[in-house]
Design a protein around this ligand. Structure first.
Ligand SMILES: Cc1cc2nc3c(=O)[nH]c(=O)nc-3n(C[C@H](O)[C@H](O)[C@H](O)COP(=O)(O)OP(=O)(O)OC[C@H]3O[C@@H](n4cnc5c(N)ncnc54)[C@H](O)[C@@H]3O)c2cc1C
Length: 478
């Protein structure tokens, strides 16, 4: 039976980053992925001659390549990948849209400050203090404060509308729990969204995946696609071997799993009573419209719009419908600052909204297709209501697509189609077994940058036992 220093489960962003770190340290590493495509939640697919990203709206934590201390640049330094290869084109500008107020923000935090000073003059000093707290928050500390964002915000921002507006993008871009999130994640996302901002590689997520795969190969990492882990076989307090989908087994000194917390427990044959409550309740649908032309030409100039059509803003699994159309995210990937003459060839409008996994998962195929058509139409109408009235006619729609909770579960194995994973994170990555650790979504760092950070931190700490890191509980691991 083959034996490796480290086996990593899942070739999403966190698994790739973890495997690269192990390879860079000269240890043997095997990366196992159940699907044929790498990237996990952030992958891509081809349809009718076009390449669609599955996830990418925005790479968060935008930083210029020269900013050495910026999280984005630290991450690529740790992976020994030149940051320039990532082709970060900054956003033009995003917006939080509520029924009677709107706030613009961009990669320069002064825009949001000016917007708040104008729309909520009594709150601007409190907001500036909050920015300072987020700037100095120890973002990569693997300990949890155990606090929640809403009560923390209530102590700092008096106006409930401003609190809801600030929370809306943060919940949408990384909360596994309904209507609130842990303070640690709030602070990480506050910095990622409002202080640093968004960027996008012109070719989409492939531009991020390509150098990761190349680096893994360079450092001698072995990658097996279409080869999932069927079972983790315990022996006492350790995992003795991994049984693979192809019927073979391997052994590893350390196993890092990005499959998810409950999912990893199940691979070990564990079914703790709290598991049912831990499976995340938040899943999403997303519609994609491809138009002829550039959306900015007919007045749709925002990069990302986070909207709530009602108050109070709800970030919850819908109770009486397959989708909640009252809040969501609209992303227009054309509206990044691409180099002169390199605009995307077609207009792309993506509308994301919260969906009820249970209502999608059991539908027979004809009803499933019908539900997709119905929601495609309804979310298109919502997008039209939230975006500014077009100047003239928008370019004709030449293609559409849509993914649902069923798509997410199928391609990532995340139970409940839960994009942001379990409702309780395991920040220290530990499991019931001494040589098995969680990385990625359920370790608690979310999004592309968060997942990469998680893979690096967990590999540094447990697979490489970087002495300084292991010795200083809760210290920064980057
Ligand atoms: C629609 C959508 C839009 C998003 N937009 C953005 C965005 O704009 N910006 C951003 O920063 N983030 C975005 N995200 C979030 C981001 O994609 C995730 O937070 C991040 O990619 C998670 O990475 P991960 O490595 O933790 O997990 P995953 O990507 O879920 O990777 C886990 C991998 O493990 C594999 N796996 C599971 N079980 C097994 C097994 N038993 N054996 C082998 N392999 C297994 C899965 O197939 C999967 O490939 C989006 C997500 C979605 C779904």
């Amino acid at each position: 039976m083959r034996e490796y220093d480290v086996v990593v489960i899942g070739a999403g962003m966190s698994g790739l980053a973890a495997a690269i770190r192990v390879g860079l340290a000269g240890r043997s590493v095997l990366l196992l992925e159940r699907h044929e495509a790498p990237g996990g939640l952030n992958s891509f697919y081809r349809k009718d001659g076009r390449v669609h990203d599955t996830g990418l709206h925005a790479l968060t934590n935008y930083a210029e390549p020269g900013e050495r201390r910026a999280p984005l640049n630290k991450i690529f330094r740790q992976l020994r990948i030149p940051r320039e290869t990532i082709d970060c084109n900054p956003q033009r500008g995003s917006r939080i849209h509520f029924p009677d107020r709107s706030l613009r923000f961009g990669n320069d935090p002064t825009l949001l400050e000016e917007e708040i000073a104008s729309a909520f003059p009594a709150e601007i000093d409190a907001f500036r203090r909050l920015e300072e707290e987020a700037r100095t928050f120890p973002a990569t500390d693997l300990r949890s404060t155990g606090l929640w964002a809403r009560p923390f915000l209530e102590e700092r921002i008096a106006d409930p509308l401003l609190r809801e507006m600030l929370l809306c993008p943060i919940l949408y871009y990384g909360s596994a729990t309904e209507d609130d999130l842990e303070l640690d994640q709030f602070m990480i996302l506050f910095r990622a969204l409002y202080l640093e901002g968004f960027a996008r590689p012109r070719e989409g997520v492939r531009t991020i995946l390509r150098p990761l795969l190349k680096k893994l190969k360079e450092v001698g990492g072995e990658r097996r696609m279409r080869c999932g882990v069927r079972r983790l076989v315990p022996a006492g307090d350790r995992i003795a071997e991994l049984e693979l989908d192809d019927g073979t087994s391997v052994r590893a000194g350390v196993i890092l799993s990005s499959a998810g917390r409950v999912e990893t427990d199940r691979l070990c044959g564990l079914h703790p009573p709290e598991a049912g409550n831990l499976v995340g309740r938040l899943s999403f649908v997303e519609t994609i419209h491809i138009h002829e032309g550039q959306p900015a030409d007919w007045g749709w100039e925002d990069t990302v719009v986070f909207f709530s059509r009602n108050r109070p803003f709800r970030y919850r699994k819908p109770e009486d419908a397959a989708v909640d159309p009252d809040s969501g995210v609209i992303c227009i990937p054309n509206n990044y600052e691409y180099p002169e003459g390199r605009a995307l060839p077609e207009g792309i409008v993506r509308v994301t909204a919260i969906a009820d996994y249970d209502r999608w998962i059991h539908l027979p195929e004809p009803e499933y297709r019908q539900a997709k058509e119905e929601w495609l139409e309804r979310l298109t109408a919502v997008g039209r209501e939230v975006l500014p009235p077009p100047r003239g006619e928008p370019g004709p729609v030449v293609a559409t697509d849509m993914f649902t909770p069923r798509t997410i579960e199928h391609f990532t194995g995340h139970l409940g189609g839960a994009v942001y994973g379990a409702s309780e994170k395991k920040k220290d990555g530990r499991t019931a077994f001494r040589n098995l650790f969680l990385c990625g979504t359920d370790q608690g760092f979310l999004g592309i940058v968060g997942a990469l950070l998680s893979g690096i931190s967990i590999a540094n700490r447990y697979a490489l036992a970087i002495e300084g890191a292991a010795a200083v509980e809760g210290a920064e691991y980057l």
